[in-house]
Every structure is written in structure tokens, then in C-alpha cells.
Design a protein around this ligand. Structure first.
Ligand SMILES: [Zn+2]
Ligand SMILES: [Zn+2]
Length: 178
């Protein structure tokens, strides 16, 4: 049974407070992972039900390890994301293996459920993917590597004569001087 799923029948008229946790392997396919998840993924929040519509609002948190795109060192990135999602009964022709989980139903991310179970896995998966930086940086001021000798400039300068200066830093320097 998927750790991020619940029986619909557990949601009372007052709603339901949730705390679920599971391992990253249950959320991400191997080839998808450009990062390591160091801790279990924890989902907390409130589920409410109005007739067949189920609404979730809460927080997903975990700790990632990524590779810095400038210096190639690994660094830790704690995630704590406010998320919400709407769950609707799946249409009868819906095939989870072939079709998208997402239904396009306006502003709130919408997913299908069926057989009386709500699965938050896809919602969590999508939100973590959206939160990942396109160019992960160990820190905003990461100096990167020397293109000549490969020295990590965060740990000190190298002996190379021609200093390569990232144009972005040039702009920053000018800004700081003015
Ligand atoms: Zn770096
Ligand atoms: Zn160098």
C-alpha cells in the first residue's frame, strides 16, 4: 500500500488531520533523481471533503542533497513546501498507467482518485519537482571551479595567471563599487 494514501472513509464531516511519511523511492523513479533525499518525506495537513471533492492543504518537508552546478560539490537543501490539491473521482475510462494523473480543472492542482482511496504521491512528487532549482547552487556566492586547473575557488585561489571572471560577478562587482 502506498504510504501517502488514505481511505476516503476516514475523512469525516469535520475533515481529517494527516501526518504521513514515506521514503523517496516511493515518489521518484530512479532515473528521475538528480538529487538524493536524505530523510523521509513527511506530509502534514488537513483534508476536507465536500460530496465527492476532496481538498488537501498542508506542508511537505524533507532534506535533499544536490550537486552544485558551479563547484560540483554536494550540498544540502532543506525543503518545506506549502502545498494544496483537489482530488476528484476518476472518470471510468481513466487508466493510471496510460493517462495523466492530473486533471486540468483551474487554479488548484487537481488529481484523480478511485476505489475509495486518495493518493497524495503524485501531488508531492510534482511539488518537489517544481521546487527544485534549475541551477542548484551550494550558496549564492559560490565561486565555482577554475576552468584551467579545476581548483575549487571556494577553497582558495589557484596559481593560474589568467583569471576567468564570471560575467555575472563582474556585474555584481560594478554594482558594489557604485
Ligand atoms: Zn558551489
Ligand atoms: Zn587554476
Amino acid at each position: 500500500m502506498h504510504p501517502f494514501s488514505i481511505e476516503l472513509s476516514r475523512i469525516s464531516a469535520r475533515g481529517l488531520s494527516l501526518e504521513l511519511q514515506g521514503s523517496p523511492e516511493q515518489l521518484f523513479a530512479e532515473e528521475e533523481r538528480e538529487f538524493v533525499i536524505l530523510t523521509p518525506v513527511v506530509l502534514t495537513g488537513e483534508v476536507t471533503k465536500l460530496e465527492e471533492q476532496v481538498f488537501f492543504r498542508g506542508v511537505v518537508s524533507t532534506l535533499l542533497e544536490m550537486v552544485c552546478s558551479r563547484c560540483l560539490e554536494t550540498f544540502r537543501l532543506p525543503l518545506e513546501l506549502a502545498i494544496e490539491g483537489l482530488f476528484l473521482p476518476a472518470p471510468s475510462h481513466w487508466d493510471p498507467a496510460a493517462d495523466f494523473f492530473r486533471a486540468d480543472e483551474g487554479a488548484v492542482d487537481t488529481y484523480y482518485y478511485r476505489e475509495g482511496r486518495i493518493d497524495f504521491g503524485e501531488l508531492i512528487h510534482d511539488q518537489i519537482c517544481l521546487a527544485l532549482p534549475l541551477k542548484p547552487l551550494c550558496r549564492e556566492t559560490c565561486q565555482g571551479l577554475c576552468p584551467h586547473c579545476g581548483q575549487n575557488w571556494n577553497e582558495g585561489r589557484c596559481e593560474c595567471r589568467e583569471e576567468y571572471i564570471d560575467p555575472r560577478f563582474e556585474i555584481l562587482k560594478k554594482l558594489q563599487q557604485s
